[in-house]
Design a protein around this ligand. Structure first.
Ligand code: GN1
Ligand code: MG
Length: 351
């Protein structure tokens, strides 16, 4: 990644008297480019995380900063016990600065923390699910109407299905052929759209504030205590049904391997992880979740896993415009894993 604009434009705008020492790419996220930056200012060393945002996916980066402020204010006001990362501001008070390569922002760097792409231990899953349940508990009296979703319709299952139709119409013919069995598998689950519409008509699920992307790599764990220090990446916060955040936890915490694991057999629902997830999440939320929410948690997992399969597969068919890829079938591999995960989950949920 070209860090030229970070050093020539962005860093000096945030820290005009800082002397940049080092910039290192941090991996993990698909959409933004993230860089850890170290500098020296008046004899003191400091560091922060800088991000070049993807303006095609998030056309209004100011909105992200605004949503972040609203949520941070509420959490801090309630005495939320974990770190709350607010965007840093330039001396003029700006949280977003544009360079020729796009919009940039910065966050404090939490020292001595790590992230994992996928879980390896039951305790890690329990702590992750506890942290998500706790975040929801602290936000349950937040008026979700204050938040405008940066990507409207993110968890609208019907809208995703329409996007699927459009992707098929624009698909690269050879890729359609290559993905024939994945396409069949995806489409065989389209009853999920009707179940979504039914629930929408029923109108029994309350609107809450969702994180929208509670995957494991969005939790910073402490290197010494192994506890969760912070839940990060609030770009997809939005009003919605909590079953979607629950669903993304199942997708991300119950599967003991990476999203792009090349061996399709390895993707699975690991029952001890699923149990730890349920325990951690319910320990925080059981007092206030409604029965309609509880009844639809597993459906939420099916929706989220299926939509993620749809999004990867649609991107594969249309030439990898959304998710960056390292090789030609990367998105196909990702989609295949989600479809397998869905199958495994449905099997377990029925048995
Ligand atoms: C994307 O950019 P990142 O890695 O935070 C995506 C999520 C997906 C996730 C899958 C805005 O998140 O919805 O679940 O990849 N974010 C957006 O790893 O599309
Ligand atoms: Mg994200």
């Amino acid at each position: 990644m070209d860090l030229q604009f970070l050093s020539s434009h962005i860093f000096p705008t945030f820290f005009p008297t800082g002397n940049l020492l080092r910039a290192t790419r941090l991996d993990g996220g698909h959409i933004h480019r993230t860089v850890r930056v170290e500098w020296e200012m008046q004899g003191q060393r400091a560091e922060a995380v800088f991000q070049r945002l993807n303006p095609e996916i998030f056309p209004d980066p100011e909105l992200l900063a605004e949503n972040n402020r609203l949520i941070a204010g509420h959490l801090e006001g309630k005495g939320y016990p974990r770190a709350v990362l607010r965007p840093l501001e330039t001396p003029e008070g700006k949280a977003v600065v544009w360079a020729p390569d796009g919009p940039w922002r910065a966050f404090p760097y939490l020292a001595n923390t790590y992230t994992h792409l996928f879980p390896t231990e039951v305790e890690e899953v329990r702590k992750a699910a506890t942290a998500i349940g706790e975040w929801h508990t602290y936000l349950k009296d937040f008026d979700s109407h204050q938040i405008r979703a940066a990507i409207p319709g993110f968890f609208d299952v019907e809208k995703r299905w329409q996007q699927w139709g459009k992707a098929c119409a624009e698909a690269i013919p050879e890729r359609m052929e290559r993905a024939a069995s994945e396409i069949t598998s995806l489409e065989s689950n389209r009853q999920l759209v009707n179940q979504f519409l039914d629930l929408q008509r029923e109108n029994s699920l309350p609107l809450r504030i969702l994180h929208g992307d509670p995957k494991l790599s969005n939790l910073l764990f402490d290197q010494h205590t192994k506890e969760v220090r912070a839940l990060i990446d609030w770009d997809t916060v939005q009003p919605g049904w909590i079953v979607f955040d629950f669903g993304d936890m199942v997708r991300a915490y119950a599967n003991p391997c990476a999203e792009d694991e090349p061996d399709p057999e390895k993707t699975s629902i690991h029952p001890p992880f699923l149990d730890a997830l349920l325990e951690g999440f319910f320990a925080q939320t059981q007092n206030w979740l409604t029965s309609a929410e509880r009844d639809n948690l597993f459906l939420g997992a099916q929706w989220v896993i299926w939509m993620q399969a749809l999004r990867f597969l649609a991107d594969y068919l249309t030439g990898d415009r959304y998710y960056p890829v390292q090789y030609e079938t990367h998105n196909l591999v990702r989609a295949r894993n989600q479809l397998r995960l869905l199958e495994r989950f449905e099997f377990l949920a029925e048995s």
